[in-house]
Design a protein. Sequence first.
Length: 92
Amino acid sequence: MDVEIQQFPIILGQGGEITIPQLLQDSLNVNQGDMLVLLQIGNLILLAPKQPQVPQLIDQIVSIMENENVDLTDLLAGLETEREAIWLEKQV
């Protein structure tokens, strides 16, 4: 697997802000307001797009449903019960 390494000079701005070059924003498909993850590895800094957790959560929910023999109807019924309990707690 060929991985291209590129270097982009950036300047640390007021308040610690950095600007990601537009070329990188476009290639990584990140936009203003997107969450990124900053990792420090020794004296190396790595900035990467934060991966959404939804696919992992879906896999976990499906696994639990299969292990507990629960179908979507049961899951939604349990959700309605929880919502009612939370609503009642807030009424007190």
